[in-house]
Design a protein around this ligand. Structure first.
Ligand code: CND
Ligand code: ZN
Length: 362
């Protein structure tokens, strides 16, 4: 099968033929229909984050089950699925307490399948998996626990975005911060994930939704997703604007959706006493944050957030239902569609801030 391989950071992905071994016990072969192009993948390509190489990246995908390995009971060939970048085992101490996004299995993957071996190979060389998924290929072998079965009338190319950007952004609002109706919300970074924070804030009934970006096209998108106020951080004073919009109080909630420590600090400063800041962006490994403890002293909360604190098998079908009922936007998120051999162009477009989200369609 054809896949895009990262051999070295700072180098383009190489689209080539790889061997993909049949699924082992409790694994499933999925024929992918589409994969979203997320900034998390780009962080690894740029060396901001480290991963064993070579690797097939991609963690936002959907497709159809083609073959099941021994012992698989959850899915059958023909099932439509979204892939979760956290396999949820259902019985670790996190899963049983409803914190499935933190499942132990996630930390056993380390570039391999759960049994510590790989299914991807180029000649005699093992190629690493990414979060047990590696959606930048025509097919993927994934753990059974990474599958989320979905309704068959949902368009499989669009719902690929339910694999990461949508549950991460919407979940950060609904599950992590638990935004209350009538709140004021600042969203710094209106990209693929940030737009979903914005539509999450709409679902939560926020009153003021202040979208912040440095690109005018991103801010236009944000308006379409329900932002009530736009701030171009390249030309405007963010604190001043938030103070004006909130009649001097500052915001109830701020979300950092870039992966920058400066933006985390800015987010914190936009919150009022008792306000909550949620860090959604993934900062480079080793980055350090300096904050004034006095600021937190006034009942402010600083929270992390992975995968929108979601339970994939409950939240993803729910988000798809909302999309099918036209209560959640997916079509508008996709500003470009590429073929797998154009994947480097797709990442350039993401890096240059040209797209909301793009997808690779197989
Ligand atoms: P994308 O590149 O689409 O969005 C980032 C946005 O930030 C762009 O619109 C930029 O224009 C904007 N931006 C950049 N610098 C600034 C600045 N100084 N001020 C204001 N805006 C700025 O990326 P994405 O939405 O795919 O991902 C965003 C982050 O979220 C990224 O760090 C990614 O790794 C992370 C993420 C986290 C999780 C999670 O589970 N927490 C899941 N997926 C992605
Ligand atoms: Zn992602």
């Amino acid at each position: 099968m054809k896949a895009a391989v990262l051999y070295e950071s700072f180098q383009p992905l190489v689209v080539e033929d790889l061997e993909l071994e049949a699924p082992h016990e409790h694994e499933v072969l999925v024929k992918l229909t589409a994969s979203g192009v997320c900034h998390s993948d780009l962080h690894y390509m740029k060396g901001d984050r480290e991963h064993p190489l070579p690797v097939v990246l991609g963690h936002e995908g959907a497709g159809i089950v083609e073959e099941i390995g021994p012992g698989v009971t959850y899915a059958q060939p023909g099932d439509h699925v979204v892939l979760s970048f956290v396999p949820t085992c259902g019985h670790c101490s996190y899963c049983v307490k409803g914190r499935q996004n933190l499942c132990e299995a996630r930390y056993q993957l380390r570039g391999k399948m759960l049994d510590g071996t790989t299914r991807l190979r180029k000649g005699s060389q093992d190629i690493h998996h990414f979060n047990g998924l590696s959606t930048f290929g025509e097919y993927a072998v994934v753990p059974e626990d990474s599958l989320v079965k979905i309704r068959e009338d949902a368009p499989l190319d669009r719902v690929a975005l339910i694999g990461c950007g949508v549950p991460t952004g919407v979940g950060a609002v609904i599950n992590t911060a638990k935004v209350k109706p009538g709140s004021s919300v600042v969203v710094i970074g209106a990209g693929g994930v940030g737009l979903n924070v914005i539509q999450g804030a709409v679902l939560a009934g926020a009153e003021a939704i202040i979208a912040v970006d440095i690109h005018g096209n991103k801010l236009e998108h944000a308006l379409q997703f329900g932002a009530t106020h736009l701030v171009n951080a390249a030309t405007e004073d963010l604190m001043e604007r938030v103070r004006d919009i909130t009649r001097g109080e500052m915001a109830d909630y701020a979300f950092e959706v870039i992966g920058s420590t400066d933006a985390i600090n800015q987010a914190l400063l936009t919150t009022k006493r008792g306000g909550t800041t949620v860090v959604v962006g993934v900062a480079p490994t080793g980055a350090e944050l300096t904050i004034d403890p006095d600021f937190l002293h006034l009942d402010r909360v600083l929270m992390g957030c992975t995968y929108g604190s979601c339970y994939p098998r409950a939240d993803m079908p729910m988000l798809i239902d909302l999309y099918m009922a036209r209560r959640l936007k997916l079509d508008e998120l996709i500003s470009a569609t590429f073929k797998l051999d154009q994947i480097n162009t797709a990442f350039e477009a993401l890096d240059q801030g040209e797209v909301a989200r793009s997808i690779i369609r197989y």
